[in-house]
Design a protein. Structure first.
Lengths: 429, 287
């Protein structure tokens, strides 16, 4: 039993183990089953919203095809921060209570460096890799090895009011300047409307928003291991974000406190022309009682002229714990859950977007969720946030500096110079 | 009876031992452990810990973000505790008089204190909302309370005052009701008006309780975490980041247990110093 191990643990680990034990109640799995007995693997993942039957049916299908393996699924709180804490505390205590885990795109490098993930380079073969989007493939690599398999993908997209753009004879904007002009024109003729809402609170979402302006101006945060925050491209990008709020009045000041849901509610109640958000909002806008049902369009985010549009990559990957007692079976399960068959079933049931690009040609899927066809182009260009084991600390610095810019506290050049300095110090340490 | 008391006096250690062991396990050990951690470079994601002496504290001294957080914490504490004490005192003195429905009134006054902080903070977050928040509606303003570098910290202070004033009022009310009525009658016979009654009877007799209230509230406000974490997460641009929020981010998001423990130790030292000052003032005023 896992509990008896406590006594032999080093004292300095006691606190952590105690924490781990309170979160994950001791399980009494036998270490090695008798030959012929099926092994049980545990799959940890964030809570799925929707009818659980589709998920259960998928697990059952796996068990029917792999008679030697039983799967127990255990869901974690929806908050990504809480899941991160759960994994870190348990993995640090070398917990064998779970085998396969769903990983946020920003954790893979961190966990790989800590030695908590099995190397899946041989499992996730190159022949299969080409069926996935590029962004997640970059995020699952650490020091030229592969530590996870992409599961679901997420990326920033632009929502717009089709009806209003048609009414005033505008095309969906391709550049940020066009977006600003269209928003200003429509705002003037539709009193009480906001132009463009996005996520500007000091939190992870602000990084996702800001990087999209930075990349679409030709800038970057870290390039080939070098910090390149303090650049003219980045100054232009952040300067534009600040101008949206403080000079042009295109974005209301409240975007500087908005996370995903508040901005989604504003747009969803018909009070904004444009919104930057993740694809999840689409299904909510198309609900029968939604005030904007049938009036919303979705497209790639704009870019600065002369550059390409960019979207920040989000989403989930499946990894196998280093402390798994059944790593082979766990890898087989991870492969099944990321197969075209499984991803299609989950996409149909839960509206999650598969990381497999080949599925975006699937007639059933496109028929059920027509907007997926538009999302494909965005997912093709989605880029991971800086892939580094120190990501959380880098993010904290950027959150504070970017927040100072959008709140109008610091000019972009000061914030970027200060961020450059601090991030360099973190990556050096 | 007398015999057993003597027996107890003869062997105090034996009787104190259970409590001492308990305290050592739940208080002394964690404190020492945090201090020990604060002398190490200990990051959950970066391999084994190593002893680095006072490096973490040296880093703390040069860490602008720490000093910013400390300044925010002191500002928050000073304003919220001052506000709570004044409002709480007024409410306590009003509630000390019998009037129609004062029982109900006392119960209602306690409500904000009874609501869990996280729930209350969510409520206030909605009320402060710049788009449809009730506060802008009532004031007829169009202020983005939680997004403004100037207003955000004050918005948090206002919420804390709303939340904790009932606690102050309740304690002071208990103290006020414990003051014998003949003292007031005697003072009135001597010709004391309402102000003199307050200044020379109520206030001096409430003083010890006021110190206790101040100690409780100052320590609590100094460690403020949940209310601000929910309202702003420390933003915009760290203008509402308190030391506890910073320590939380370093410890549980950045997973740097060494430096995070140094931050926690710094909070501990500050709180201990504040308490020492209050206790000294209390002793002096009683002497």
């Amino acid at each position: 039993m896992a509990c008896t191990k406590l006594t032999s643990m080093r004292v300095s680990r006691l606190l952590l183990s105690a924490l781990a034990l309170t979160v994950a109640a001791c399980s009494d799995k036998s270490a090695s089953p008798a030959p012929g007995e099926p092994v049980t693997i545990v799959f940890k993942h964030g809570k799925l919203f929707g009818d659980p039957r589709a998920f259960d049916a998928l697990i059952k299908r796996f068990e029917d095809n792999h008679t030697g393996i039983r799967v127990r699924t255990e869901s974690l709180p929806a908050s990504s921060d809480e899941q991160h804490q759960f994994y870190v505390i348990n993995l640090r205590a070398a917990s064998a209570d779970f085998d396969v885990m769903a990983l946020d795109v920003i954790w893979v490098a961190e966990f790989a460096r800590a030695g908590w993930l099995n190397d899946l380079t041989e499992t996730f073969v190159p022949a299969d890799r080409k069926n996935f989007f590029k962004g997640p493939l970059a995020a699952i690599r650490y020091q030229d090895r592969t530590y996870a398999i992409p599961w679901f993908i997420d990326a920033g997209v632009l929502y717009y009011r089709k009806d209003l753009l048609a009414k005033y004879e505008f095309e969906p904007p391709r550049t940020w300047e066009e977006l600003s002009n269209i928003a200003a024109a429509i705002k003037q003729r539709e009193p009480g409307m906001y132009g463009f809402v996005w996520q500007g609170k000091q939190y992870e979402g602000l990084i996702c928003n800001a990087l999209e302006y930075i990349w679409s101006a030709g800038g970057d945060a870290v390039r080939d291991g070098r910090v390149v925050l303090d650049s003219p491209e980045n100054r232009r990008a952040l300067g534009f974000m600040r101008a949206l709020v403080h000079e042009r009045g295109i974005s209301p000041e409240l975007v500087t406190t908005a996370t995903e849901e508040p901005s989604r509610r504003i747009f969803g109640s018909g009070k904004a022309v444009f919104m930057r958000n993740w694809p999840y909002a689409w299904t909510l806008f198309e609900q029968p009682n939604s005030p904007v049902k049938g009036k919303v369009g979705i497209t790639a985010l704009p870019h600065f002229s002369g550059h390409d549009s960019a979207a920040t990559l989000g989403g989930w990957q499946l990894g196998v714990s280093k402390y798994s007692r059944h790593p082979k079976e766990a890898a087989v399960f991870a492969q099944f859950m990321t197969s075209a068959e499984a991803l299609k079933a989950l996409a149909l049931a839960y509206g999650l977007n598969p990381s497999r690009r080949t599925l975006y040609d699937d007639p059933d899927l496109i028929a059920a969720q027509p907007h997926m066809a538009q999302l494909r182009a965005t997912f093709e260009h989605a880029r991971p946030r800086p892939v580094t084991p120190q990501y959380v600390r880098v993010s904290q610095v950027l959150q504070s500096e970017f927040s100072a810019v959008v709140a109008g506290l610091k000019p972009p050049e000061d914030a970027l110079a200060s961020a450059q300095h601090q991030v360099e110090a973190i990556l050096k340490r | 009876m007398i015999m057993s008391l003597r027996a107890l006096a003869a062997k105090p250690a034996a009787f104190l031992a259970p409590a001492a062991v308990m305290l050592a396990a739940v208080t002394v050990y964690p404190i020492l452990y945090v201090l020990w951690l604060s002398l190490q470079r200990h990051s959950l994601i970066a391999g084994p810990a190593s002893f680095v002496g006072f490096d973490n504290f040296a880093r703390l001294i040069g860490d602008g973000r720490f000093w910013n957080a400390l300044a925010n914490t002191v500002y928050f504490t000073a304003l919220s505790v001052a506000g709570e004490l004044m409002l709480g005192l007024v409410i306590a003195l009003l509630l000390a008089h019998a009037f129609r429905g004062y029982g109900t009134m006392r119960a209602i006054t306690l409500l904000p204190w009874a609501i869990p902080t996280v729930v209350a903070a969510r409520m206030w977050e909605w009320m402060y909302n710049g788009d449809f928040g009730v506060i802008n509606y009532l004031l007829g303003t169009d202020v983005n309370w939680l997004g403004s570098p100037v207003w955000a910290i004050h918005a948090a202070i206002a919420m804390d005052i709303w939340k904790s004033t009932p606690f102050v009022a309740l304690l002071l009310l208990a103290g006020r009701l414990a003051i014998a009525t003949d003292l007031y009658q005697a003072a009135r016979l001597d010709g004391a008006g309402p102000w003199a009654l307050f200044r020379y009877v109520t206030l001096p007799l409430l003083r010890p309780l006021i110190f206790i209230v101040l100690i409780f509230r100052t320590i609590d406000a100094f460690r403020v975490f949940d209310a601000i974490y929910v309202l702003t997460g420390g933003g915009p641009a760290n203008t509402t980041e308190t030391v506890s929020i910073y320590a939380y981010k370093v410890l549980f998001q950045g997973l740097e247990f060494g430096y995070g423990s140094a931050l926690a130790a710094a909070v501990f030292v500050c709180v201990a110093a504040i308490t020492a000052v209050y206790v000294w003032l209390l002793r002096r005023s009683l002497a």
